[in-house]
Design a binder for this molecule. Structure first.
Ligand code: SAM
Length: 215
């Protein structure tokens, strides 16, 4: 029998995301629109709408749907922003950001993920995304400054280059802390400096790079 992915997505939206107080209507609509099952390998498609992260190979994961929604909401996007994402992975979070902002620049350390994510995003019509292979902890200075920066892997501290590439008035969201658990931090850059807010505990794979964890 054919799987009803749309029904599963709607159920996920209600029971995992709305139920946990994600309220931004643009974020809810983005999650409703992006077909998450197309961002995992075929054998895992029937698990794509479960309340969990799933393996995407190379010991990496596609983040839990709620975490994608909560991080997207934390950036307070209104549609006109240039966003930098660190950790493209499957491209799912990238697609959600592409729904919410004007353009998305995304960096992935593992080269094999990039053509797969690019193909998925193009086939779904997301043309406002640019992805490159590289160390995201040094940012992407050619397109800076960014209105919003999202780091989707955990670092011991916020990489300095990312703070430097954040626009005044912009927001950066990143999981920061130890190897096992981290705090999801939101940092606003104002004229007078950086202001930090703790949005709660989370668990992410490591951000590996010059300003992150060592390999
Ligand atoms: N947002 C992704 C998705 O929706 O599938 C999931 C991201 S996964 C939790 C974290 C990703 O960050 C992995 O793909 C990992 O290879 C990548 N990563 C780790 N260190 C990185 C770095 N320094 N620069 C860029 N990507 C990095």
């Amino acid at each position: 029998m054919a799987v009803n992915y749309e029904g599963a997505r709607q159920k996920m939206l209600e029971s995992q995301i709305r139920a946990r107080n994600v309220r931004d209507p643009r974020v809810l609509e983005a999650i409703r629109r992006v077909p998450r099952h197309l961002f995992v390998e075929e054998a895992l498609r029937d698990r794509a709408y479960l309340d969990k992260a799933l393996p995407i190979g190379e010991k990496q994961t596609i983040s839990q749907p709620y975490m994608v929604a909560a991080m997207s909401e934390a950036l307070k996007l209104r549609g006109r922003e240039r966003v930098l994402e660190i950790g493209t992975g499957s491209g799912y979070q990238t697609a959600v950001l592409a729904e919410l902002a004007e353009s998305v620049f995304s960096i992935e350390r593992i080269a094999a993920f990039v053509p797969v994510a690019r193909r998925r995003l193009e086939s779904l019509g997301y043309y406002n995304v640019l992805i490159k292979v590289g160390d995201g902890t040094i940012g992407w200075s050619e397109h800076a400054p960014y209105d919003a920066i999202l780091v989707t892997a955990a670092a011991p501290h916020v990489p300095r280059p990312l703070l430097e590439q954040l626009q005044v008035g912009g927001l950066l969201v990143a999981p920061i802390g130890g190897e096992e658990t981290q705090s999801l931090l939101r940092i606003r850059r104002d004229e007078d400096g950086f202001h930090e807010e703790d949005l709660g505990e989370c668990r992410f794979v490591k951000l590996i790079g010059r300003h992150g964890w060592e390999q």
